[in-house]
Ligand binder design. Structure first.
Ligand code: FE
Ligand code: ZN
Length: 524
């Protein structure tokens, strides 16, 4: 199953895991590129052990942070910095999208309604130091394969698949179906593609002919390590692809909606602690939730918000990327979370707040991410209307099933599929839905935890799929699933500027859980 993971990886992983750390795939790559990585490994482990708070995962960013130049003193700045006077301008409804129901329905005041929350699934256990990481990785991939094969077999056109080891090729053309993981994709000299497919019984090279335009297009949208079904034809040991079938969202999916017209507001990527955090915009958002600002329409909408879903990156964190400290307003992670709770405490208590972590938060970086630990965010845990959960989380609010994920792997999707630009994160999220997996690619920017159960398979079709991370806002409807990337409350950082990432901060999508209508308000 894992024959594309080089044996060299075993040794490195062992070294770290025996020391109690997990290792980011980027670090693994870096180490594997070195001639004699032993000394570097030793230094990393020593430095990590020295820290008062040892990191759970050794990432490339951690390597940068232990460099002497960035080891500067921590300075804590109080909250006064945020208390600026400003005039409250009326929030502007940016656009109403996805009108599921044209008639105006009078919204209900959320104060009058009891919350209905069922947490369906959330990761909450931190497992570190596994004995044999390679074995765990193999188990993880096997678990992924088994779950996704089950989903693929729900399609009517995948039924007669055969294990790779049982494939026959005679001198007559014959159709076949196989279900496997995409190990590699190479462009052939002739302009088509050669795919390497792996299942528990063996590996097979299949060819995507150049002249099949549709098929070439499908191939170019594939993600490494994704589980797919290949419908092909074979003769004399030549295997040609006729079609690529994905687990997909069934065309019959449609969400019922809440019985009453109340709303959920979706936000993410606040990055509190960063100088670029848009405190004014965020305070205006809170005033709007209180029903204090805007015209009649905006006020009614604000008062109808019963749920606030936050998809990670509450704080800016520390040592996440090179030179980050230059843009930090609060240089202490505990203070950053204190500041978060100061903001969230201003939100009316009848609004239920659900929080999951992102890659800037103080929890394990490898996916799935456990909740932000209590020791970092005690105030949040104490708030009666706040639930601190892991990423990804499935939660039902008023009978509407929401899949909340930070969206870490969207970077990998955008990198793998050039046509899905960062500017349309909702389109990248759709690719994850089609793959029925939140982070198909192993060895990219996303680190996967060495666990034997793949928690990231999208086993149940959500009604709403909410992610953040890209800092660009986007909303779409895909096969009955409302797909929302909630953007950010952080203006462009110098790091993003260098990478040519243009955030669209301050825009909040609000979903009417009864009509499915999405309204976006710009608070910036
Ligand atoms: Fe972020
Ligand atoms: Zn992020």
């Amino acid at each position: 199953m894992t024959n594309h993971i080089k044996s060299k990886a075993t040794e490195f992983l062992k070294e770290f895991v025996l020391s109690g750390y997990q290792i980011g795939s980027d670090v693994l790559e870096l180490l594997m590129s070195k001639e004699n990585p032993e000394n570097l490994i030793k230094t990393i482990i020593e430095k990590a052990n020295e820290l008062p708070k040892s990191p759970l995962v050794i990432t490339k960013e951690f390597l940068t942070s232990i460099e002497p130049s960035t080891k500067g003193k921590m300075r804590s700045i109080g909250t006064e910095m945020f208390k600026k006077d400003f005039e409250i301008a009326a929030p502007v409804i940016k656009r109403d999208t996805i009108l599921a129901n044209d008639q105006e329905i009078t919204l209900i005041d959320a104060k009058e309604v009891e919350a209905e929350i069922v947490i369906i699934k959330t990761p909450n256990i931190i497992k570190t130091a596994v004995k044999n990481p390679i074995e765990h990785l193999a188990n993880l991939f096997h678990s992924r394969y088994v779950k996704l094969k089950k989903l693929l077999l729900k399609r009517s056109d995948t039924q007669n698949y055969v294990p790779i080891a049982e494939l026959h090729s005679s001198d007559e053309w014959e159709d076949f179906h196989i279900i496997g993981m995409l190990v590699s994709r190479r462009e052939t000299k002739k302009g088509g593609y050669s795919l390497e497919i792996d299942d528990p019984t063996g590996t097979l090279q299949v060819i995507v002919p150049r002249n099949e335009e549709n098929l070439v297009h499908k191939t170019e949208r594939l993600l490494d390590d994704q589980v797919i079904c290949i419908h092909g034809t074979t003769r004399n040991k030549m295997f040609l692809v006729k079609d690529i079938l994905l687990p997909e969202i069934p065309t019959t999916h449609s969400w019922k909606g809440a019985p009453i017209p109340i709303c959920a507001a979706l936000i993410s990527d606040l990055h509190i602690g960063s100088m670029k955090f848009l405190d004014r915009a965020f305070e205006q958002f809170i005033s709007w939730l209180k029903g204090e600002v805007g015209g009649r329409k905006e006020k009614t909408l604000g008062r109808s918000v019963k749920y606030l879903l936050i998809a990670g990156d509450l704080v800016e964190g520390i040592g996440i990327f090179p030179n980050q400290e230059k843009e930090l307003l609060i240089k202490d992670i505990y203070q950053q979370y204190k500041e978060v709770s100061k903001f969230l405490e201003q939100i009316p208590q009848h609004i239920e707040i659900i929080i999951i972590p992102g890659n800037h938060d103080a929890t394990r970086q490898a996916l799935p991410q456990p909740p932000i630990p209590k020791e970092f965010a005690e105030e949040l845990y104490e708030m009666p209307n706040v639930q601190v959960l892991g990423s990804p989380t499935y939660v039902s609010i008023h009978n509407v099933k929401v899949l909340l994920d930070h969206g870490r792997s969207l970077d990998d999707v955008v990198e793998s599929i050039p046509t899905v630009a960062t500017e349309s994160p909702d389109k990248a999220m759709v690719e994850l839905l089609k793959a029925r997996h939140l982070a198909p690619r192993w060895g990219g920017k996303t680190t996967l935890a060495h666990e034997s159960n793949d928690f990231l398979v999208i086993e149940d079709v959500p009604d709403i799929f909410h992610a953040g991370h890209t800092h660009t806002n986007g909303v779409t409807m895909y096969r009955g699933v409302t797909v929302v990337n909630s953007g950010a409350f952080q203006a462009q950082t110098n790091y993003q500027k260098k990478l040519n990432i243009n955030p669209t901060p301050g825009i909040v999508p609000i979903i009417n859980l009864h009509t499915k209508k999405v309204t976006e308000i710009n608070f910036n």
